[in-house]
Structure formats: C-alpha cells, structure tokens
Design a protein around this ligand. Structure first.
Ligand SMILES: Nc1nc2c(c(=O)[nH]1)N[C@@H](CN(C=O)c1ccc(C(=O)N[C@@H](CCC(=O)O)C(=O)O)cc1)CN2
Length: 293
C-alpha cells in the first residue's frame, strides 16, 4: 500500500482563492495590503522564492514591494533597507529572505523589523507572544512553514490532538517554532524536538504518529524508521543533479520508499513549499483585517 498524498499545491491554491475573496472585501473598504521582500545577494534559490512571492501577490490582489541588495551589501545597508520597509506605508507586512550572506548578523536584522509588519512571524516579540499565549487567541503573525504544515494536515481531515509528533531539525523557520504551534491548546499534540545531538533518532521516529522532517539531509528518514500508517511531512530541501535530464532537482529528507509504509506523506516538491508561500499571504491579510476592524 502506498501513502495518501498531502497535496500542498492544491491546498495552497484553495487557500489563495479564499484570500483573494478576503482581499476584495478589504479593497471595498479602501484597504490595499502590501507584502514587501528584502533580498540580499544572488542565490538562485532565494531569487526563485522571492519571485514566487511577488507572483503570488499579483495572483491574489496584494500590492508588492521589492528591496533587492547586492551580495556585498553591508550590515548598515541591510539595516537601512529594513528601516525603509518599516517606514513605507504601502508595505503592511514584509520578510527578509533567509539566509542572509555570511558575515551578516541575522538576528540583529530580524530584531529591527517592526513586529507589526513581521509577515514571517519570526520577530522575537511575535515568537514570545506564542510562548506566552498558549490558551488564548494569538493576534500576531504565525511562522509560515509551521502554520502551513498544520493547515496541510488539518485540511486533509487529520486531527493532531493527542498525537505524538517527532520533529527532526532545530532550525528557526521550522523546527524550533513548530513546537510552539503544535502544543497550543487548540492543536494539542505532544512534541519531541530532535537534532544533531539526539542519540537514537530512529528509535524516537519509530514512536511517532507524525514525523516532521526538517533537517535538510537528503533521505535521513528511512522506511525502517517509520511506524506503519504514520503521517510524514517532508520539509527539508536538498538539491541534486537528475541523472536522466542533467538538470538540478529538489530531493527531500524522506527516502522515496518511506511512502510504502506511511499512511500520509507530503511530496517534496509540491507539499510544504507551496503552503509556506500561501501562509505568508495569509499573515499579511490577517494583519490587514485586524488593523481595519
Ligand atoms: N524569511 C524566510 N526565509 C526563508 C523561509 C521563510 O519561511 N522565511 N523559508 C525558506 C524558503 N521559502 C520561503 O521563503 C520557500 C521554500 C520553498 C518554496 C517552494 O514553493 N518550493 C517548491 C519547490 C521549489 C524548487 O523546485 O526549488 C515546492 O516545495 O514545491 C517556497 C518558499 C528559506 N528561507
């Protein structure tokens, strides 16, 4: 038996259609939210992601603002661009595309973002609100990839309440922040966060009802590590040359034969990536609705 597919492309398309309707309602009130991006350098992956965000904005009816800086931009250049976005009234939410070039103090840059315009939900104030407000409604942006993963699972009719979730990888955009969302009272999952210091990863993963693989290590989750019927969310991205075409392709953290034992699996590409993009738009629209209420 092969796992059922958690289709991120189709789910993101449905979410974008819902957002377009909400944006039209805001437009009727004279409110036009705008998503800003700050891209530093010419990494092809980051350029592709940023271009996709601007295409998404055009598709749903959001304004979009771009700040592009060369790879040799200084800390001061980047901080000046952040201040411009903070001050630009057309930009109601924005992201600093990560990673920033080596030598740049990323945390200093992220802390300069106006928390009210933090479309990524990664500003310390917004992460802090998630830590403090476990039982209350959160009226600040949520980290996009974790939010996208939970939406993807729940929109396929799978409840996370009481489930054992094992997260692999402790990066800030996924691993460290997803536990804050999964353990909120309205989700109610139990979370184990694993990382390079974990002594017996296979043993922990075998217990999981849901595996979130965000290590960025090709094929780290193998078939023998997965409980039959488990939900596998493949987040990590590695690139390799496809021997058949000679072109670069994305490969995930789950080995291909994991799909033979899992109950549900998110394809990679086509799973979490499109959901991350959709949630970025959702954060901007949520903030604009709160501001206009
Ligand atoms: N400030 C941020 N930087 C980065 C984040 C983030 O959430 N905030 N996440 C990633 C990049 N990212 C969004 O920025 C992102 C990654 C992947 C995709 C996507 O749609 N991927 C496609 C495949 C693309 C390919 O072939 O290369 C898919 O999964 O189908 C969208 C956004 C790091 N930086």
């Amino acid at each position: 038996m092969s796992a059922q597919i958690l289709d991120g492309k189709a789910t993101a398309a449905a979410i974008k259609a819902e957002l377009a309707e909400r944006i039209a309602v805001l437009a009727g009130k004279g409110v036009v939210p705008g998503l800003g991006t700050l891209l530093v350098g010419d990494d092809p992956g980051s350029q592709w992601y940023v271009a996709g965000k601007h295409r998404d904005c055009a598709e749903v009816g959001l304004a979009s603002i771009r700040e592009d800086l060369p790879g040799d931009a200084t800390q001061e250049d980047i901080e000046a661009a952040v201040r411009r976005l903070n001050d630009d009234p057309a930009c109601t939410g924005y992201i600093v595309q990560l990673p920033l070039p080596k030598g740049i103090d990323t945390n200093r840059v992220l802390e300069l973002i106006d928390p009210a315009k933090d479309a990524d939900g990664l500003h310390p104030t917004n992460l802090g609100r998630l830590v403090l407000r476990v039982n209350e409604e959160v009226t600040s942006p949520l980290p996009c990839t974790p939010r996208g993963i939970i939406e993807l699972i729940e929109r396929h009719g799978i409840s996370l309440a009481g489930k054992e979730v094992v997260v692999v990888g402790r990066g800030v955009t996924v691993g460290r922040s997803i536990g804050l969302l999964l353990t909120r009272r309205e989700v109610n999952a139990t979370v184990t966060l694993t990382h390079t210091g974990t002594t017996d990863l296979p043993e922990l993963v075998r217990r999981a009802d849901v595996v979130v693989a965000a290590a960025g290590v090709r094929g780290i989750i193998t078939r023998d590590m997965v409980k039959p019927g488990a939900v596998v969310i493949d987040v990590g991205v590695s690139r390799e040359v496809d021997p058949a075409t000679g072109k670069s392709r994305v490969v995930g953290d789950a080995a291909p034969d994991v799909a033979e034992v899992a109950g549900w699996i998110s394809p990679n590409p086509g799973g979490v990536g499109p959901m991350t993009r959709a949630m970025l738009l959702a954060n901007v629209v949520d903030a604009a609705e709160r501001a206009s209420a």
